[in-house]
Ligand binder design. Sequence first.
Ligand code: ACM
Length: 244
Amino acid sequence: MVSRADAEVVVLPELALSGYFFTSRTELDAVALERSSPILDAIARIAQQQSKAIIVGFPEKDGQRLYNTAVLLGPSGQRHYYRKTHLFYKERLVFDEGNTGFEVVSVVPFDLRIGMMICYDWRFPEAARTLALAGAELIACPSNLVTHIWRMAMPVRALENKVYLAVANRIGSETSGDETLHFNGRSAIYNYNGTVLAELPADTEGIAVAPIEPERTRTKSFNPYNDLFADRRPWAYRIDNSSS
Ligand code: ACM
């Protein structure tokens, strides 16, 4: 599928190399990968051979710790990791909380800065805001979304930060014990004004492609008087309980 994607940046879903629904740490540990695993090396080679940046989710093993991680494998051999900060639902039973924070990577040799967040991170405006303030032009969001409400907020994350946002969301279902999770697809690429540039169906595997112009996100102004970042007033956002 990566070779069929006519794109320089390819975003795959959260935990794409393992599946999602783990309720036992032992079961997760059995499929978790170290950063230097053969499968990641193989995908890194594909990225270099095809001159693409590939972003893919996998369960990361680091000593005794297990993270819900996404890696950016760049066209020139670059690797950048993000460990999911906000753990969702039963992820709390099996994963350790991510400790990387939200960082932006400049993709060599593309003139493009990418920030990664994973799935439920969407629910925290601080995640996308931090990435945008750090210079992200495209936010890549590998996902395994099980609700529908994200479709209201994800485009807002793009427009409130004036960044492109690509959500790769899986389809299908997974069962653990007597519980089944249904994943609702609709992978999408949002423009920096929140409109949809490309979208996939809810129940069919596919590839969504859209052209982006990263330089357009480098100014945050949207009329001669307003600029999303210059207009921020951090002093007014402080919580001060001393007078109450
Ligand atoms: C999710 O964070 N996988 C919903």
